[in-house]
Ligand binder design. Structure first.
Ligand code: AMP
Ligand code: MG
Length: 331
């Protein structure tokens, strides 16, 4: 993609980035209803399509390059649009190179280990993109809002003493730093939904029979803890937006805007990694060209020596050898 497009993406996503060290007050600092004045919903479909194309291309390069991995962390309140964002942003990307992990209430086996254990098992390999639909951040969100969940984690008393949340922020920052130091890029997206828009989306889930499965009584109970969640999100953003893994707060009241923003932020990270298709050495290239001559000589009667070159002369960088089968070829 041309340089100006990269610059435009960088400029577009800048307001969403949480400056490392900033003290965040979510309600005051970020507007869930924001949409850029220069972008309209109608154009956004085409734009998302183009940014998608960019992701498809970069994901293929990431896989071929096989050095870096990307971890996309998605956090949000219920009905903020995590699933839809994943579906739209990653559409068209080669499924072999991407895996999505959705984290639910931890199992007995998971509770038998330290709280980062289950997340560590789902990290991306080199060349891969892993998406966490909910993540290790639940350990300082839902577990913080519902103290009884912490009790289920079977921690010895001394590990619960003092400010356990500060220790968890530190552990999470160190965990992410370790990943960054080893070639893994962490892209953290928080979908920021307003209380009123959540109400509207909950009602829609009740109104439409096909959407009933998405709704549970637990969602309403969580909504009653709105202020506690806002406080937990604000603290999390203040303590875990780091130079090596910054948070982005995406305005989520307009789904189309949230999707294009998420796609742009992921694309930006891939552009920064700048993965390249591996180039073979001069010796390997020479050997390939020799093999090419042999394969061309095997062309059956009437066939072009190299049908691909005949069809796509502009793409092929090797000289035409002119070797063809028995009869003159089409070219
Ligand atoms: P959903 O994303 O709607 O399928 O719901 C998953 C549920 O799992 C949510 O209610 C989360 O709060 C809950 N959950 C996710 N991670 C944890 C965790 N670490 N501890 C407790 N509950 C969790
Ligand atoms: Mg849910």
């Amino acid at each position: 993609m041309a340089k100006p497009a990269e610059k435009r993406i960088a400029k577009f996503i800048k307001p969403f980035r949480v400056r490392p060290g900033a003290s965040v007050h979510l309600a005051k600092d970020f507007d869930p209803g924001y949409k850029a004045s220069f972008l309209h919903k109608k154009e956004s479909v085409d734009l998302l399509h183009r940014v998608n194309g960019l992701l498809v291309d970069y994901q293929a390069r990431l896989a071929a390059d096989d050095q870096h991995g990307v971890l996309v962390v998605l956090q949000a309140l219920d009905a903020a649009g995590k699933d839809g964002t994943i579906r739209h942003v990653m559409s068209g990307v080669n499924p072999q190179g991407v895996h999505v992990s959705s984290f639910k209430v931890p199992s007995a086996e998971e509770l038998n280990h330290d709280y980062l254990w289950r997340y560590a098992q789902r990290l991306p390999g080199r060349g891969e993109i892993a998406i966490f639909n909910r993540s290790h951040y639940e350990e300082v969100l839902v577990v913080r809002v519902h103290r009884e969940l912490l009790d289920r984690q079977k921690l010895p008393d001394e590990c619960k003493a003092g400010n356990i949340w500060k220790r968890r922020y530190r552990a999470i920052n160190n965990f992410e730093r370790h990943l960054a130091d080893n070639g893994f890029r962490i892209v953290k997206l928080f979908l920021n939904l307003s209380r009123e828009e959540q109400r509207i989306r909950f009602l829609r889930r009740i109104d439409l029979a096909d959407h009933n499965w998405k709704f549970s009584a637990a969602d309403v109970r969580e909504r009653q803890r709105w202020d506690d969640y806002q406080a937990a999100f604000s603290e999390m953003l203040s303590h875990t937006s780091t130079k090596w893994a910054p948070w982005y707060v995406i305005p989520a009241d307009h789904k189309w805007f949230a999707r294009i923003s998420a796609a742009a932020i992921i694309a930006h990270s891939l552009i920064e990694i700048s993965p390249q298709y591996p180039q073979v050495s001069a010796e390997v290239r020479d050997a390939l060209l020799k093999t090419r001559v042999e394969l061309e000589a095997e062309a059956p009667e009437g066939a072009a020596a190299d049908p691909y070159q005949a069809e796509h002369p502009e793409e092929v960088s090797v000289p035409k050898t002119g070797t063809a089968g028995g009869r003159p070829s089409r070219v």
